[in-house]
Design a protein around this ligand. Sequence first.
Ligand code: 5AD
Length: 360
Amino acid sequence: MDALDRILAQESFGLDDLETLLSLEDPDERARLHAAAYRVKLREVGPVVHLRGLIEITNVCARDCLYCGIRQGNDALDRYEVDEDEVVAAARWAWDQGFGSAVLQGGERCDARFVDYIERILQRMQGFAEGGLGVTLSLGEQSEDTLRRWRRAGAQRYLLRIETTNRDLFAAIHADDQDFDERLACLRLLRACGYQVGTGVMIGLPGQTPADLARDVLFMRDQDVDMVGMGPFIPHEDTPMADSLGDFDRVRGEQLERGLMMIACVRLVLRDVNIASTTALQALAPDGRERGLRAGANILMPNLTDTRFRAGYQLYDGKPGLAEDSEASTRALQRSVVAIGETIGYHQLGTSPRYLRRRG
Ligand code: 5AD
């Protein structure tokens, strides 16, 4: 048994262990890390993948995150908001397909009209799904009043990435009016409002170290989250961070590897949570999402956004699937699941085992 085997065989992991795992460079050692995480995934979740239909409802955003392609300050972009009927129809499609959940994602907006718009969509979704379709929101930081209204209207899950737990790095990649403690407070509020809570980080940010990422994993453990969505940072040309990693083609492969190592570490440490194999992985390699599944992820998110809006929702450069419709996106993901010898859990909510256990 070598040093790596000893770490992988542990039941609990400290900062040093995670830093060691996240610093692995040898391809064989990285493959052993992925395999260990995949075994935990099989034990905790089984050989099954759940689908969440992703509907990118608006690229209008009141925030100015320095990394993000839909930041308010990017005026090289036409702004859209998907019509209410069309969002409901896309969610209905996800329900008809037997997906576990639909995710409404969009820029961060707090205006009263937007809050009402989301509330009405949620209420209309209850009309057909009757709780059989998990409804997940990914709409940034919101007030307690808004979060409670949306919860009452039928949303059960909420994703809010902390982006990084290194406060200096958080400050460096966000606008001055964005505050780490406010983000954290909102994350806690989500739990208090009765949501299943998801968070995550960007991986491979400029200046981010393996120790930072190790602390991110421990943060997710300590927050006792139910869901994790994270992916490699990919620069967007119309943002202040366009050149922050230098020549991106030289680091592309390493960004993917870092993303995979993070998925594996989160699986080893948090064990029974839902972990998404995100589109950002696929943007870096055609088989990126399959590799995410084989490193311990158990969730795929077919994009259900109508193709006429997709160019408007480029959070980073080279986002795949621009010309692909919902059916093609879904079929591509079905093939990924078959390719790794697993099945899709159709007509199941796919609630994170951790949440069900906590609830008793
Ligand atoms: N690279 C990778 N991920 C990004 N996000 C935004 N911009 C980028 C980028 N350039 C992620 C953030 C955000 C989520 C919706 O998309 O983590 O929370």
